[in-house]
Design a protein around this ligand. Structure first.
Ligand code: ZN
Length: 410
């Protein structure tokens, strides 16, 4: 993506400021002549910032503003090891609210809406971001946080919530529960704003149909404000990114080289206005691509594709690289398969064993289904697997992001 002159000037000024004060980037860019950065190509030679760098800065090593300006911290939910702490100034919080309100507006949500927020509140950025944006927009927030499905559904009916904010797996759980209880006609939802985990077309259709809503993908990560730095529009073709706050690049995850617009790679983000913890060329590990050209919705904000997976979700089995999105694409073409699946990879007697658990419709003949999956998978993806069809509802649903692939080999 071509960097605008304005973006370049902001980034250049930011880098100069950051390398003059005692902070993370002074150390990170030691030995680099930052005054020699004259154009986009020079910027693209700067080293990447990795999640590991952020962990090493624990607890407050990323802080790039005076402490009296810091109003809060958030922390990314590291599943292993040291967490990452991100300090925010009041301006960072205000900017985040502004971006989030824009996301709601892009989705056609107004101050007359009632927004039920089910992501968690606390150290991570999810719930509180949805809340900030709702308040900035002037809508009525219903701040539920996660869990307690009975209470969620009661409030959804009594408060007549019109917007549901959730992860895709929790939205699916609620949709299934509404159907099971036969209370669909008491639900007033019109739109769903779904956090940007990878979710397939089948799951999207099920949630949309069962809840009777239009769905929007919202993007973000704790290291870069939180959710709300980009969102899909009514055209449903990728997500618009707020390029006055973040600059996006897409690189080959193996080599770190930029890939041409339209090609899949890892999203790399540079913040343009962040004060508490600015980031330069941060490797998100999210797989996507820059969508060239302007969107038919008329918005000038550039677009990336919906998240296609995580670079660290990629598994190598029998010499073949496999992404969750490939499995989802494959299953979407298999009659009787639902959107829900799970993969177990084991190593037994010197061989990798890839077992695909899939929820199937009740009327499906499981033995015949298994045969179709085995030959189809071998043809499409190129390896022999085991398949275990299970009933709808047998695989775990979660309020957080659902893990699809369990690699038990190491
Ligand atoms: Zn658009």
């Amino acid at each position: 993506m071509k960097m605008t002159q304005e973006q370049f000037d902001i980034i250049k000024e930011q880098i100069e400021k950051l390398t003059q004060r005692d902070c993370f980037y002074k150390k990170k860019f030691e030995g680099i002549d930052v005054s020699g950065i004259k154009c986009q190509e020079d910027f693209e030679k700067l080293p990447f910032t990795w999640k590991g760098d952020l962990r090493e800065a624990y607890p407050l090593g990323l802080m790039a503003a005076d402490e009296e300006k810091i109003v809060r911290i958030h922390s990314s939910s590291g599943t292993t090891g040291t967490p990452v702490i991100i300090p925010y100034t009041q301006k960072d919080v205000d900017d985040w609210a502004e971006m989030f309100a824009r996301c709601y507006k892009m989705a056609g949500i107004t101050s007359s809406d009632r927004i039920q927020i089910t992501p968690g509140y606390g150290l991570w950025t999810a719930g509180i971001g949805f809340q900030l944006g709702a308040e900035r927009l002037g809508a009525m927030a219903v701040p539920m946080g996660p869990g307690n499905t009975d209470k969620q559904l009661r409030m959804m009916q009594d408060m007549k919530s019109t917007v549901l904010c959730a992860t895709s797996s929790y939205a699916l759980l609620l949709a299934e529960e509404i159907e099971r209880r036969g209370i669909g006609d008491k639900i007033c939802l019109k739109k769903g704003v779904i956090g940007s985990e990878r979710w397939g077309e089948k799951m999207r259709r099920r949630i949309a149909n069962e809840l009777g809503v239009e769905l929007y993908d919202i993007y973000g990560l704790t290291e870069v404000y939180g959710p709300g730095i980009g969102v899909s529009c009514g055209e449903n073709c990728g997500m618009h990114m707020w390029d006055d706050f973040v600059y996006c690049e897409v690189v080959n995850p193996k080599t770190g080289e930029l890939v041409p617009d339209g090609e899949i790679g890892e999203l790399v983000i540079t913040t343009l206005k962040k004060e508490g913890a600015p980031l330069i060329r941060y490797r998100t590990h999210d797989l996507t691509r820059i969508l060239p050209g302007e969107c038919t919705c008329g918005s000038k904000y550039p677009r990336i594709d919906v998240i296609l997976g995580r670079t660290d979700d990629m598994v190598k089995v029998k010499g073949v690289n496999i992404f969750p999105s490939q499995i989802e694409d494959f299953l979407s073409g298999v009659d009787g398969a639902s959107s829900e699946y799970q993969v177990m990879i084991d190593h037994l007697n010197g061989r990798d064993i890839f077992t695909l658990f899939v929820e199937v419709d009740r009327e499906v003949d499981k033995r015949e289904f298994e045969k179709r999956v085995l030959s189809g998978f071998k043809n499409r993806i190129g390896i022999s697997i085991k398949c275990k069809p299970v009933d709808i509802g047998d695989l775990p649903r979660s309020e957080k992001k659902t893990a699809r692939i369990y690699d038990n080999r190491y």
